[in-house]
Design a protein around this ligand. Sequence first.
Ligand SMILES: [Zn+2]
Length: 424
Amino acid sequence: MSLEYSKPIPAVQPWTEEFWRATKKNQLLIQECQACNSLIFYPRKYCPQCWSPNLGWRTASGNAKVYTFAVMRDMVEPKFAPDLPYMLAMVDLQEGVRMMTQIVECAPEAVEIGMDVEVTFRDITDRHALPFFRPCDESLRTAVSKTTDRADDAGPLAFMQPGDYETIRYEIGGANNAICRITLDRPDKGNAINRRMAHELRDAFRRVREERSVGVVILAGAGDKAFCAGGDLDVFPSLAEHQASLNWLAHEGLDVQRAITDCEKVVIAKIGGHCLAGGLELALCCDLLYAKESAKIGLTEVNMGVLPGWGGTARIVRSMPVHRARELVYSGSKNYTAREAYEMGLLTRVFPDDQFEEQFEKLAAQIAAKKPIALRMGKEIMARSAEGGSIDAALALERNGIQWLVHAPDVQSLMENFRKGVKS
Ligand SMILES: [Zn+2]
């Protein structure tokens, strides 16, 4: 049976690319720390034992024992329904690392804790294969069953390159290459977000996380009509199906939000023209929101009988006083001026149109001149505290974070220069 493979496809990261290339060649790789010799699974950027970034790869034997398992007989994610019942398992590889996987080619009642299993690979696209495990004992094996579904085109396996972007621009520059500009680049469509743009934004914000010189990311819209007018209406017909809309919200939307909030740089929204619906939701993921006086702001989803679904309904009440936030959500107005939004507590600053460029660039450059590591730590501490966890936990993070910064390269000399400067 050949179904279209519509389940999630691995999101390839720079540090997982090697792993996924190998599965396509039916090899299972695990990482090995060059500093402390720890074996590591899943693939990471740093050794979880000693924090060394020097990690190599080792081909695993593929032999394992079932550590524990659960038989899935019913569940809510419809795309997995054709596979029921199936066995989720944790297996201990002979090399000593534990993997989450599925046991396949085996009846549920035949699976046992401690059972010997071996790796087997299934192609899900022309470029992606997933590792599963099956019993070593051939008498326990059942025929390879229905999970032969494949997707025709899931995009390139390799990480995209900025030159591949079609809907955004990605440019690093400024003093010491400390500023990355990510520009929504569909000016004739109000820079509206389509599937391609969501994919590229996710890629770009994950990429910029790895750019060591960059401390500040500026998210802007091309042209002067819009920062971003929201989701591209052409996406909507494809959302008529329950599963497709769930994907748009829960995978594409949530992944973009997280890529922005987790990118570890100070992200500044540079808002001119329309900043509506999904556009405002993108801006809400940013650290600072600077707007032109002529900008128009609003959450218009309620006019279609829905609500902001890319984090907007949840984030807006954490971004301004709650009784004012509710008016934005309930009214659906797209005509809040930047000045009104500022007075309601939403924006960081508003500048007159003729001064906007100059003032914005000055502020961005001022922040970009700070040490990226200090900006990153500040972002982390303030985010954890603003999330509303205990103040003690946030204070502990602050103490530890600053202790760490004090001993970062050349911070001692910066502090000494500052002390001398204050004295003289
Ligand atoms: Zn290590």
